[in-house]
Design a protein. Structure first.
Length: 483
């Protein structure tokens, strides 16, 4: 397949499946024809191994695209290609700029390292190679010794509602252990069957998204039971530059928020793991190996990566939902519907008593609403099995705002939501009666609750948050793997 040139016009004669499929097939062929093999460099940092695949210039192809290629990608066998719905797979891999960490697991050098090891995976439905193959199936195809699968909240297929316990199951006689059910950490008995745990979960860069708590618990289990942890790094959908929100205070620590981070923390999973270890948030004895991405930059939001979004959880079906989640996720602590129970979770908000025209007028011209357009909307939140069963104001007519992402790079979801709350406090002070426990766990401090109770001015709230983010920004930089 060397120097392969593919004409989409010719392909269309034989595979009449539409332009999306043709773009996908082009990406598959591109990855097989453009990949190159480069040497591995190891950087050891006190029980940390970084598998460094040296950056190369973008690899040009006859398809008019480029990939940052620094490791051999698995050669696809055309007879074994499976076609999946476009919302589950990368529709345009030919345009992608990022090589995921999990792709490097199947390079000859890394396969040699994994041969003979009993492997446990920490995965869900996002844990796929860019061609769409689930990581556990790729392990089986390469004859690796997969002994156990561990899953986070929502389960292996992410079909369980938020907060709902998930039971254990199996896949082709391999046990699938839930880490969001009767237990949140792998047991000694479960880990006895494995030598190494490989973590490959796509999260959303938000402190109160529970996958990073699962990551923390996995690292702690690795230290306790002397199991090596390999992290396949992935993009932070919100990018690696902006950070927002207060630092989590110890008294509000929970499974929902387990790390002293701002709400939007601007680190990849690999960088976050390095910070956990470096700051002593997990035992320093853990043996940690990071497989970094190639081509990712801190300025990249998900829309810049060229990768297709796979829903990370039932109510984050698109990257736009993830962009607003760090902010609108807070509204659950204020008893305002944040689009749950509709087709637009975290992209709309409402309550039976809101005046949408008033909200639009107050918010649209604010700098905090940059990158967004706001339109009045009426909707009725309903139970959606597999997504949410009891959304706020279930079966009641809500009035509010529909939020459309116009320019992702400008969005500051936490800042926008704080200004929204300021408007709500101004016009509906009697309607905002949050329970302090729920709100403080989400926000990570009592600052927002104190503001709502008139114990703190809005300017003081913003100032204290900025002080927190400034301190955290200085601390996190020493753990950057990307520029």
């Amino acid at each position: 397949m060397k120097n392969l040139v593919v004409s989409k016009k010719r392909l269309a004669k034989f595979i009449p499946l539409g332009l999306g499929l043709l773009g996908w097939l082009s990406g598959v062929l591109l990855s097989s024809s453009s990949s190159q093999i480069f040497g591995l460099n190891k950087l050891h940092l006190s029980n940390i191994t970084l598998e460094s695949f040296p950056q190369k210039s973008p690899v040009s192809s006859n398809l008019g695209t480029s990939l940052y290629s620094s490791s051999p990608l698995p050669r696809p066998i055309l007879e074994n290609i499976k076609f999946f719905p476009s919302n589950k797979l990368s529709a345009h891999p030919a345009e992608r700029k990022v090589i995921l960490g999990n792709e490097k697991l199947f390079t000859p050098s890394f396969l040699t390292k994994l041969k003979g090891l009993r492997i446990g995976l920490v995965v869900n439905q996002t844990s796929r190679l860019p061609q769409g193959e689930p990581l556990w199936e790729a392990m089986r195809r390469h004859n690796l010794e997969l002994k156990a699968i561990f899953t986070p909240e929502h389960g292996l297929e992410a079909k369980s509602e938020a907060g709902r316990a998930v039971g254990n199951s199996s896949w082709r006689e391999i046990p699938v252990y839930s880490l969001y059910g009767h237990r949140y950490r792998p047991s000694a008995q479960q880990l006895a069957a494995v030598d190494v745990l490989i973590y490959d979960l796509q999260d959303v860069g938000t402190r109160f998204y529970t996958y990073i708590t699962t990551l923390k618990y996995i690292l702690e289990a690795g230290a306790l039971h002397q199991k090596k942890i390999i992290i396949c790094d992935r993009p932070n959908p919100l990018g690696g530059e902006k950070i927002e929100g207060p630092l989590l205070q110890p008294q509000f620590k929970s499974f929902i928020s387990a790390l002293p981070l701002p709400i939007r923390y601007g680190l990849t999973p690999g960088e976050l793991a390095l910070m956990m270890k470096g700051e002593g948030w997990i035992p320093k004895e853990v043996e940690l190996e990071i497989i970094p991405m190639d081509g990712w930059r801190r300025s990249y939001l998900w829309s810049d990566t060229g990768l297709t979004w796979i829903p990370t959880s039932p109510n984050i079906p698109h990257p736009e939902n993830a962009y607003l989640f760090p902010g609108l996720g807070l509204l659950g602590g204020l008893r305002i519907n944040q689009g749950l129970g509709s087709d637009f979770p975290f992209l709309r908000l409402g309550a039976p008593w809101l005046d949408p025209v008033l909200l639009q007028k107050e918010l649209s011209s604010l700098p905090a609403a940059a990158g967004l357009s706001l339109e009045p909307v009426d909707y009725i939140p309903q139970a959606l099995p597999g997504k949410v069963l009891t959304p706020p104001f279930k079966n009641r007519l809500c009035h509010g705002l529909q939020i459309k992402v116009e320019e992702p790079s400008l969005i500051e979801p936490v800042n926008f939501t704080l200004h929204l709350i300021k408007v709500l406090k101004k016009y509906y002070p009697d309607k905002l009666n949050p329970t302090p426990t729920g709100l403080n766990r989400l926000f990570g401090s009592s600052l927002l609750y104190d503001y709502l109770r008139d114990k703190l001015s809005f300017d003081s709230l913003i100032k204290q948050i900025k002080d927190d983010t400034r301190k955290f920004d200085l601390k996190r930089r020493q753990y950057f793997l990307y520029h």
